[in-house]
Design a protein around this ligand. Structure first.
Ligand code: ROI
Length: 166
């Protein structure tokens, strides 16, 4: 890795087809990405679904990577992994085999509609993202939103339960 690397955070979520297994396989696939190194993974969490309640609980986690890939190249690689997990365009806010969200890319604010906004616009409202992110990087500053600590104070941890990943 040279000086052109950025530290990035990727959110993982699954509530179909053995979610813990989907997430653990995705960790391996993230570790295998070109020009990228997997630095750490958070614990896994079981989380109550946000969105339609008639779907199973999710497993959520966050991975910390360093990469030389440009943001869109990384997004393409994440979407290829999602497709490997049999993900197809599904119901809005409905169940999914694997969701990989590019949460943060260094301290950059990126607005490339319609494909990519970083920091991920919903992350600051989601305890199932903020809690595992805090496990990995307690001192993090979320560009445009401030300290992760302060963002977590506004979040309820209700419906979130720590699990052992596979
Ligand atoms: N709900 C939870 N708990 N975890 C997720 O990862 C998740 N992902 C989604 C929606 C459908 C919004 N709900 C979720 O995309």
């Amino acid at each position: 890795m040279n000086a052109l690397t950025e530290r990035v955070f990727v959110g993982l979520g699954s509530n179909l087809d053995e979610p813990l297994w989907q997430v653990s396989r995705a960790f391996d696939e993230l570790a295998d990405l070109d020009e990228t190194r997997l630095l750490a993974v958070s614990p896994c969490y079981r989380s109550a679904p946000l969105g339609p309640p008639d779907q199973s609980d999710y497993v959520n986690a966050v991975a910390m990577l360093e990469t030389e890939l440009a943001p869109i190249a990384l997004l393409d690689a994440l979407q290829a992994i999602e497709r490997n997990h049999g993900r197809i365009r599904e119901i809005h806010w409905g169940p999914r085999t694997l969701d990989l969200d590019l949460l943060m890319y260094g301290d950059r604010i990126i607005d490339l509609p319609p494909r990519l906004r970083v920091p991920h616009p919903e992350m600051v409202n989601r305890a199932f993202v903020l809690v595992p992110l805090h496990d990995l990087a307690p001192d993090l500053n979320v560009p445009g939103h401030g300290k992760l600590d302060a963002l977590l104070e506004n979040q309820s941890r209700e419906g979130l339960q720590r699990l052992a990943c596979l």
